[in-house]
Every structure is written in structure tokens, then in C-alpha cells.
Design a protein around this ligand. Structure first.
Ligand code: BES
Ligand code: ZN
Ligand code: ZN
Length: 501
């Protein structure tokens, strides 16, 4: 699919579907709307009234185009109240809707107005990057296991800006959008691939392939015996019941010249979470191929680094395993000693993510990074607390937490801070070991999981934990450009965050 930004007049553009934005309460005050209404001999105003189009976000109006235009359909999309919601966010939502409509109608050429170009505070780079990402991500379709591949392939998308400078800035913004969308797509594909095929070995192969095709990226794979040597007994405990080989994946990216910062990103890589002997009920297990979404986000992030070339050294760390029940599986009540020497009483084998992360976090800190950030589909409690679209951040450094929240907001990935509450630490302390892998209380499950992880973080290490259990996997479409399935959550937030260092 071709995607470009050009300077021009949207109403003079030739396309199959032409899309114009409209604010709520504005009716036809938008000069394009006034002109379009004239071209349609008043039919636009009539349709707005008849269909009660109010310009709200998510609303749209589709009309056959006037004969005098080289266009088949025109669509008006709602942009909400002027200045109320961030323009970039609204432009993403509207662009995603435009693409979905063009696809549904089987059209080849889509042209969109550069939304909000006349508004105060319009930033061509931000809005056009957002539109580009939404267009590419709305076009995502996971067809690997389907006979019918995506029909209705769009050929060309044009974003039409009135101002030549906006168009020029927009070209660069679209380049970034392509990189961000590609990284997100890689993560979505990895998550959508079933556990039978997306094994730890396959995850490692994906990392090796990424390093092979990208200059500046290296990869090291640790096998079981290497992990045994490093005394990663907490990670090994989770793997114990599985027939699949575990893989400990260490990706690294080094900038060509100056290095401003060094960071380590750790992704939970449980390729299938059955719960182990603490087996999940059937319905809860249905989506558990998504339990490596943190790892997928790390791989997606690394796919962006080769092109974005940040001046930051980045390490990506994934302790990849399955969580399965068997005669060899770890038992509730067993005690293991993690690679930092701390002992863990494993009372519930379904709280396995924190066990794999414990050793991964210890490994990450040995690289002496300025920041460690982990991403994990860690707790169902997080989905209860924040719903399906919002991730939690818990951090021992307020500035770090805030920078992730801001980077997320700019990438249209919502993150909300939750506390690492010291008063709850006793809840994860064991009577027979240093820590227990489930809390003594059934309340505040995300917080106690975060506190468990903190048990493996050195006091002086700046660290943030992102619980992405909600937004990593969409059980139904989320807005206009996140289809059902793996969402690739975290890739754009992290790429944006690293890019700003
Ligand atoms: N992978 C799950 C968490 C999860 C739940 C991810 C829903 C995505 C959607 C995790 O390993 C798990 O099973 N956590 C348990 C912890 C409990 C046993 C303390 C949970 O949340 O129920
Ligand atoms: Zn689990
Ligand atoms: Zn899990």
C-alpha cells in the first residue's frame, strides 16, 4: 500500500473515497464542508440532519460524491469538540475509520484531509505521524492460518495538506509512522500465532532473524544448561513441566557513535500459560497464547531501532518458556532459589510470570543499565482495576514512571500509575522462604505482583514495571485501528520513549 502526503486541495483530489473531518457543533462551518455542500446542491446539510450526524468522535457520514468530482464517495468523520480531546488522538481515530470504510467498500484509492490543519496548536509532525500509524495499523489482518487472504487491498492512500510546509514535514512523519507500524505489526503477528507454533524456540528464531537483518543488533541465546549455570532456578521452575526447550534471549542494540544512556527492556515470554498444576479454568486459558506479549513488544521495539537509530544502548531480555502441567511440573509448596540468592515459596504455579521475570530482572541489572523497564501480561487483577485498554506502571522512580506515561499518551497507548506500596510488602513475605509468589491477600493483586518483582531489584536501580495484561490482547476491536487479537501494545510507547532520550 502506497501512502503519501501531498500539498493540495482535498476537494480537487481524485480518489475512490475522500474523507473530511468535522468538529461537533460545527455543522458546515468548515470551509471544505461549505464547498462540499454547494457541490452537492445542499444534500450534505440534509444528510447531516437526516442522519443526526453531530461530529462526535466515532461518528461518520458516507455520501455518493458530486458528479463534478473525480471521486466515488465522500465521507465526513467526527473529530469531537474542538480542542477537547488531543487532536492527534482524534486524527488517529478518524484516519482508522477512513481506512476501514475504504476496505469495507472494496475501494483502491483513499484520500484524507490533513485533520485539524487550521487549528491552533496543530503540529504537522504529530498529527500526520498519528494518521499514518492508524492507517497502517487499521489495515492489519492476521491471515497466516486462513485460506482467504485479505481481500479489498487498498492501493493508495493520500493525506492532503493545504500548506506545503505541513506536507514536507508530513513526509518525514510518515517515514516514522511506517517504522512504528512495522514494529507493532511484528509484535501483533507473534502474539496472534498459537502457542503450538509460537514456542520459545520460535521466539528465539524470530530474535535471531531480527538481528540478522538489522545492522547494529546482536543476539545471544542461553540454553537450559546456561541458565542452570547462572542458577536461574526460578525461571527453570516454570519451565520444568514443559516438553518444549526454554530459551533465554538477550538482544542488544548499540548506536554507531555516542551513547547517551543504557537501558534494559525485559519482556514476559510465557508462550502459553496453562497455569501449570494450578491449572486455569478453560475459559481463562483461551487467550493465553498472549502471555508472551511483553516479549513480542521487545522484539517489535528492536525492529524499530535499526531505522530510528536512537543514541541509546538498548538491551532486550526475554526468559521464554511454556507453563505446563505434567509429572515433572513444579508443585505448589516447592521452594526455589533465584539467581540473586533469594528463595521463593511457589504456592500457585499460575503466578509464573513473576518467577520468569525474577531471574530476567537479575540478569538485566548485571548489565548496569540506567533504567530497567519490564513489560508483562502479569495479572488478571490489573484488567479488573484498569479495564482492557489501560496498562499499569509501577516504579521506584517517579520521573521514570512519568516519562513512560507521557510517551504512552503520545503514542495513543494509555498507562496509569499504581503504587509500589511498602505497607503491602509483608503480603509477599513467606514463613518458610524469603518471598512467596502469591500474596496472603486476594486484594490488590497487581500491586503485590509488582512488590514481588521489586524483591529482585537493587535499591539503587531505577526500574519501572508495566502490567499490560489488559491492553496486550483485544478480545474485541478497540477503537478504529486496533483489531481483535494481539495489539502490539508497548512497541510505540517504548520506541517513542527511547527516541526522546
Ligand atoms: N498470564 C496471567 C495473567 C493474565 C490474565 C494475563 C489475564 C492476561 C489476561 C498470569 O500468569 C496469571 O495467571 N496470574 C494470576 C496470578 C494469581 C495466581 C496470583 C492471575 O492473575 O490470576
Ligand atoms: Zn499464570
Ligand atoms: Zn502468565
Amino acid at each position: 500500500m502506497q501512502m503519501n502526503v501531498v500539498k493540495g486541495d482535498i476537494l480537487e483530489t481524485s480518489a475512490d473515497l475522500l474523507v473530511i473531518g468535522s468538529y461537533s457543533g460545527e455543522k458546515s462551518e468548515n470551509p471544505f464542508m461549505t464547498r462540499l455542500n454547494e457541490l452537492l446542491a445542499g444534500k450534505l446539510d440534509k444528510a447531516i440532519k437526516a442522519q443526526k450526524f453531530e461530529g462526535k468522535v466515532g461518528q461518520s457520514l458516507l455520501l455518493p460524491a458530486p458528479d463534478r468530482m473525480d471521486v466515488e464517495y465522500v465521507m465526513i468523520v467526527g473529530l469531537g469538540k474542538l480542542g477537547q480531546d488531543g487532536l492527534a488522538r482524534v486524527a488517529r481515530e478518524a484516519a482508522g475509520m477512513a481506512l476501514t470504510t475504504a476496505k469495507r467498500l472494496g475501494l483502491k484509492r483513499l484520500a484524507l484531509e490533513c485533520f485539524g490543519e487550521d487549528d491552533d496548536g496543530f503540529d504537522a509532525k504529530v498529527v500526520i505521524q498519528g494518521m499514518g500509524e492508524a492507517i497502517l495499523l487499521a489495515n492489519y489482518y492476521f491471515s497466516v492460518y486462513k485460506e482467504e487472504k485479505q481481500k479489498n487491498q487498498l492501493k493508495e492512500v493520500l493525506i492532503v495538506a493545504e500548506d506545503g510546509r505541513d506536507a514536507r514535514k508530513g513526509e518525514k512523519a510518515l517515514q516514522i509512522a511506517r517504522v512504528m507500524a512495522d514494529g507493532t505489526t511484528i509484535a501483533r503477528d507473534l502474539v496472534n500465532t498459537p502457542g503450538k507454533d509460537m514456542t520459545p524456540t520460535r521466539l528465539a528464531e524470530a530474535a535471531i532473524e531480527l538481528a540478522r537483518v538489522t545492522k547494529g543488533i546482536k543476539v545471544k541465546i542461553l540454553e537450559r544448561k546456561d541458565c542452570e549455570k547462572k542458577k536461574m532456578n526460578s525461571f527453570l521452575a516454570v519451565d520444568q513441566g514443559s516438553e518444549e526447550d526454554l530459551k533465554f534471549i538477550h538482544l542488544s542494540y548499540k548506536p554507531e557513535k555516542t551513547t547517551k544512556k543504557k537501558i534494559a527492556v525485559v519482556g514476559k515470554g510465557v508462550t502459553f500459560d496453562s497455569g501449570g498444576l494450578s491449572l486455569k479454568p478453560g475459559a481463562s486459558m483461551e487467550t493465553m497464547k498472549c502471555d508472551m506479549a511483553g516479549a513480542a513488544a521487545v522484539l517489535g521495539l528492536f525492529a524499530t531501532l535499526g531505522t530510528l537509530k536512537p543514541k541509546v544502548e538498548v538491551h532486550g531480555i526475554i526468559a521464554a518458556t511454556e507453563n505446563m502441567p505434567s509429572g515433572k511440573a513444579i508443585r505448589p509448596g516447592d521452594i526455589v532459589r533465584a539467581s540473586n540468592g533469594k528463595t521463593i515459596e511457589i504456592l500457585n504455579t499460575d503466578a509464573e510470570g513473576r518467577l520468569t521475570l525474577a531471574d530476567a530482572l537479575v540478569y538485566a541489572q548485571k548489565l548496569n543499565p540506567d533504567y530497567v523497564v519490564d513489560l508483562a501480561t502479569l495479572t488478571g487483577a490489573c484488567v479488573v482495576a484498569l479495564g482492557e485498554e489501560i496498562a499499569a506502571v509501577m516504579s521506584n522512580d517517579a520521573k521514570l514512571a512519568n516519562s513512560l506515561i507521557v510517551s504512552g499518551s503520545e503514542a495513543d497507548e494509555k498507562i496509569w500509575e499504581m503504587p509500589l506500596e511498602p505497607r503491602y510488602i509483608p503480603l509477599v513475605e513467606s514463613d518458610v522462604a524469603d518471598l512467596r509468589n502469591i500474596a496472603k491477600s486476594r486484594y490488590g493483586g497487581s500491586l503485590t505482583a509488582g512488590l514481588f518483582l521489586q524483591g529482585f531489584i537493587k535499591d539503587e536501580q531505577k526500574w519501572a514495571h508495566l502490567d499490560i495484561a489488559g491492553p496486550a490482547f483485544a478480545e474485541r476491536p478497540m477503537g478504529s485501528y486496533v483489531p481483535k487479537g494481539g495489539t502490539g501494545f508497548g512497541v510505540r510507547t517504548l520506541a517513542n520513549w527511547i527516541g526522546k532520550m
